[in-house]
Design a protein around this ligand. Sequence first.
Ligand code: PRT
Ligand code: ZN
Length: 286
Amino acid sequence: MNNMIRIAIQSKGRLNEQSVELLQDAGMNVNDQKRKFLDRVDNFPIEILYLRDDDIPEVVADGSADIGIVGYNEVAETAADVNIVRQLGFGGCRISLAIPKADEYTSPKYFQGKSIATSYPNILRRFLEEQGVEASVRVIKGSVEIAPAAGIADAIFDIVSSGGTLVSNGLKEVEQVIHSEAVLIANPDLTPEKQAILDSLLFRIDAVTNSRGKKYILMNLPADKVDEAISILPAMRSPSVMPLADNSWCSLHSVVKADELWDKIERLKQIGAEGILVLDLDKVIE
Ligand code: PRT
Ligand code: ZN
């Protein structure tokens, strides 16, 4: 169907919740309570196909779905013919080589002649080839981290985020081979009609992702401190400055990064800002 776009997202697992949330924040009525395999959204021309993450790149490449949300690691592993249209800022992790923590490590030459367990054999083989290292790659689908202790392999190549899993299995991370986050992928041959729907979805997704990690701040400020305030608060263009009835004061509005908020508030108070309000941002259209 040309008047509709189909998106593949993970049915359950680490990326499911944030994928659904992104579509909901973009205004779509996604019914995540009573979920079917394929679900229509009633207020946007999109249907949602819930799949295992491993299947998403290929399903988008062959056109069974038009777009998808999946970890970049899965795209890199399958080398599927898809376009990466956006990085989505969640599901961050790395795929790393890890070895028993007592072993000494100086370079990838460590892996020469060793065996490495992984669920990502293609990414690993590309890395080993680049490094000129010959090692035997053992494909294991789950619980890769137990392979060294179980005597199945000398080392592992697996997803790491906090690193806690490695530590509790007596391993240490020695090479970060790729960095990954959730990405929006698209079939490279979308019809113009589907491309138009994707463009309107992207417009909404950008408004949502641009607002993340940002706060709206407003305050009253002595008029002669405006230049100093602008240097503290570089906003999308520059802060909005509005006169107050008492013309020695003005009102100043701006957008700040959430992680810089308290530092900026302290500096603004030092130059005389009063009545500071901080609000959540919902959408930012640039
Ligand atoms: O059932 P399905 O096949 O759909 O799901 P799955 O089990 O294959 O994948 P899932 O849901 O575990 O992960 C989906 C995606 O989330 C991955 O492809 C990555 O892009 C991303 N991601 C982000 C992660 C992690 N962080 C992560 N920490 N995927 C897996 N992990 C594992 C890691 O391997 C380790 O075993 O979580 C464990 C905890 O990690 P630490 O380092 O925090 O201890
Ligand atoms: Zn999977």
